[in-house]
Ligand binder design. Structure first.
Ligand SMILES: C[S@@+](CC[C@H](N)C(=O)[O-])C[C@H]1O[C@@H](n2cnc3c(N)ncnc32)[C@H](O)[C@@H]1O
Length: 207
């Protein structure tokens, strides 16, 4: 689809994919909260999709107990721009604990062996009801959520970012995990009070 990053007149850095606004660097608390949801559960080996502007990855790598952060990003240009300094965050990708895969997160997770990871953080789209990529609908569906559960160790965590609450996502996660916690994160957007949401599903149910 093609990523574009630009510095706006207000000084903010903005990421668009295929011309659609994805995020900026003004309000990044919920991206960091996504990482905290798995770090606070004790995760040390985490896969995160996607890279975006790197705030979830930065929060993960800021934890000295983290051993590995595998970041999976669909857009090769975004990775290249972060590596060459066009986008801030080169130090994140150069961290020896960081592994970068340019791929679709569904393929990257599916290719893992069972019980391979402590946690998976998913922030590849705006949530199940506001998709930038139609194909990402499957990220929030039963088949992929069940695959994530299988690739997590016992007590592992799947954390999912969404721009809205989603009862169907809650029930999909509850079918695959023993415990699901949903956190509402208030944000102020262009003068309006809104909320972003982080779903943290813990304890994969084994078939
Ligand atoms: C909202 S941004 C991620 C924000 C990130 N959490 C941060 O802290 O900056 C979404 C990213 O996921 C990428 N993406 C979209 N679909 C993907 C997929 N199926 N697999 C991997 N990356 C994907 C996009 O290119 C974009 O960089």
């Amino acid at each position: 689809m093609g990523a574009q990053v630009r510095r706006r007149d207000d000084g903010a850095l903005e990421l668009r994919v295929g011309g659609v606004f994805v995020m900026d660097d003004v309000e990044t608390g919920s991206e960091r909260l996504l990482a905290r949801a798995v770090l606070d559960a004790g995760a040390r080996d985490v896969l995160v999709g996607g890279l975006g502007l790197g705030f979830t990855l930065a929060e993960l790598l800021a934890d000295p107990d983290l051993t590995r952060a595998t970041v999976v990003e669909l857009e090769p240009d975004l990775v290249a721009w972060m590596r060459d300094g066009t986008v801030p965050g080169a130090e994140l990708l150069a961290d020896p604990r960081c592994v970068v895969e340019v791929d679709d997160v569904r393929r990257a997770v599916t290719s893992r062996p069972a019980r391979d990871l402590d946690a998976i953080c998913l922030d590849v789209d705006n949530g199940p009801d506001f998709l930038v990529h139609e194909t990402n609908a499957a990220v929030y569906g039963t088949d992929f959520v069940t695959t994530c559960a299988d690739r997590l160790r016992d007590d592992g965590v799947l954390a999912v970012w969404s721009m809205a609450d989603s009862p169907p996502l809650r029930s999909t996660l509850s079918a695959a995990f023993a415990d699901v916690a949903v956190t509402e994160h208030p944000v102020r957007l262009q003068g309006r009070q809104e909320s972003y949401w982080v779903f943290a599903a813990r304890g994969p149910r084994r078939a």
